[in-house]
Design a protein around this ligand. Structure first.
Ligand SMILES: [Mg+2]
Length: 244
């Protein structure tokens, strides 16, 4: 089969990709039609649809219930159909980082199952100070931690996990293997996901355009992503009708 005709495996980031960014991660709005649309698309793709987010797995399940394939915490936690797995390790420097950041005004400290996210959207003047604090933590942890810069957020997570490696892990699963991977993301943390699917002759789609990115396609906004997903869904539905 031509590689262009291979069935797709769809990997989707959440914040800034499927849904609009909010001032705080708990304030995002998920359009009502979106969770069922994703579940139906997953079924149409033979199961080969996975969310790949920096959010914790439990948080993703709350926003988008009923999906079998999910990767959270930037690839540090994942569920491949059945039981969940995690690369969780106890790193004491993370507690010190959270405690230190909690003293800073206007900084939202988000404890995640594997790491710590420091949101400075409410006090952008402290961006440099927050990043320096995070950098010192990473240096003290002697390669066990890494720093991830995002949109008005800096995260410290265990080293050795990223969205690209978890996508490759999923692509080894029989549900995904042999398909053409598509990854849609919007942020710095999505670049390794773009590179991973590019290596597999896939499609890498960045929300906000491709400039300065490894992505080979661009979409303008989360709204455009949702429109595109609806089109995919409609095409698959039309195909099914044609066959029956
Ligand atoms: Mg994002």
């Amino acid at each position: 089969m031509s590689r262009l005709l291979r069935p797709l495996a769809l990997f989707l980031d959440i914040d800034g990709t499927l849904i609009d960014l909010a001032p705080r991660p708990d304030l995002v709005v998920v359009p009502d039609f979106l969770p069922p649309l994703l579940r139906e698309l997953a079924a149409q793709l033979g199961g080969a649809l996975a969310l790949v987010s920096g959010r914790a797995l439990a948080d993703i399940d709350r926003l988008f219930p009923g999906l079998a394939y999910v990767a959270g915490s930037h690839g540090g936690e994942w569920r491949l159909g059945g039981a969940s797995s995690s690369s969780k390790v106890a790193i004491p420097e993370l507690d010190a980082l959270a405690a230190g950041a909690e003293t800073l005004p206007g900084i939202l400290v988000e404890r995640k199952p594997l790491g710590v996210a420091l949101h400075y959207r409410d006090n952008p003047q402290l961006a440099g100070q927050v990043r320096a604090l995070a950098r010192r933590t990473v240096e003290r942890a002697d390669q066990a931690l890494r720093l991830i810069d995002g949109k008005a957020v800096v995260e410290v997570m265990p080293a050795g996990t990223d969205k690209g490696s978890v996508i490759l892990r999923f692509m080894d699963n029989p549900v995904f293997a042999g398909r053409r991977p598509v990854y849609v993301g919007d942020d710095v943390t999505d670049e390794c996901g773009f590179s991973a699917v590019n290596r597999l002759d896939g499609l890498s789609i960045r929300v906000g355009g491709t400039q300065g990115s490894a992505a080979n396609r661009g979409l303008s906004s989360p709204q455009a992503v949702r429109r595109w997903l609806r089109t995919l869904h409609r095409q698959a539905t039309g195909g099914n009708h044609a066959q029956s």
